[in-house]
Design a binder for this molecule. Sequence first.
Ligand code: FES
Ligand SMILES: [Fe+2]
Length: 421
Amino acid sequence: MKILNDEDIYQRELNRIFAQTWVYVGHESEVPEPGDYRQRTIGEDPFVFVRDENGTLRVLFNSCRHRGANVCRAEKGNTTHFRCPYHGWTYQNTGDLVGVPQKGDGFDHLDADEYGLREAANVDTYNGLVFACIAPDAPQLEEYLGGATWYLDMYFDLIDMEVIGDPQRWVVDADWKTPTENFYGDNYHVPMGHKSAIDVGIGSETATGEEESELYGIADCDGHAFSIYQIDSEKPMFWGHPEDVVETFNHDALDDDQHEVARRSGVTLGTIFPNLSFIFLGGRDDPNKDPVGTFCLRQWQPRGPGKMEAWNWILAPKDAPAEYKERVYEVGMSTFSAAGNFEADDIGIWDGIDDAAGSVFVEQTEATTLFTMGRGENAAATIDDDWAGPGTAYADGGLTDENQLDFYRTWYETITTEGAE
Ligand code: FES
Ligand SMILES: [Fe+2]
């Protein structure tokens, strides 16, 4: 339990996880034009996610090469240059140093080519999702995502999506691992933790299981995990999107198996290690209207032991009508955002876990938590050998701790890898 609120372990996580693995920085649609930028963090480190003059996506370390001040102060914008507010060094949005005030007086010897902004060693995009890895020795992004690509294609290749509005951000007194573990597939908490939201009818049929459905937990997927509702219906489900929006999807992008899983999909969620989660959810902003399919990408940003900042982006199909996108945003905001119904259910619970983890009692008694659900002799979830995608598919409500254990196995392997600090 202690791992959820411990300074030494937290520092290890920053050094060995966030500085060594591929970490999500943003969606391509957030910086569509040359010069567009957004401030982002990797672990706790400040970066600028920018599309430079040549259209290349860069993740620049937001720190002047002179004395280290942040050169980018605005959350977002469009600029050709970043000028440091301290002494005025000026950098192109490629990171190149192009201006040093009074250079002839004090910096005659300075070779500007050597003093561009530092940047993440690796930046790559998968279906519009942009990731960066600070460390030079990174596997290819696609290799890192492994079997998860089969699932990500089903969402981001099938649907050209764009971020609507700005990400919502809020600080939570919970360790980043608590929601991450939850989004690896804690299907067990839904009937209890979200009972009131379900009882009042928030969410569509595809969200509440009114239709005949099967919930799968997908584990053993190269360190990443998913939970997928499959609705037993001949109708196109596609997470609650209506027919005219489904028509705009790139149906040819998927193979037959992927397409069939997508067609039958109700609520779907998952997590890419270390801290990028997502949820697809059908829901309503108006009881008299048909549901819309909303999609939230979320990132659990470490901000100290037992403390995090939650970031939430709402995405909609790019080619859907503007009015539909607005409804997608409304439903996303009312379910999974700082003030969302489902979000509030979870957050109110998570912060107590971390308080307990940092307690003297835990320190002195080595209290532990339990990860035995549906395992060994208690196996409740059966493995579906016919599941078409990568990983192991646990059927029967996904009631197993295998998904969450996948997270902690990957976490443990990563923080214990030698030579990474
Ligand atoms: S710290 Fe940026 S110019 Fe001095
Ligand atoms: Fe939840």
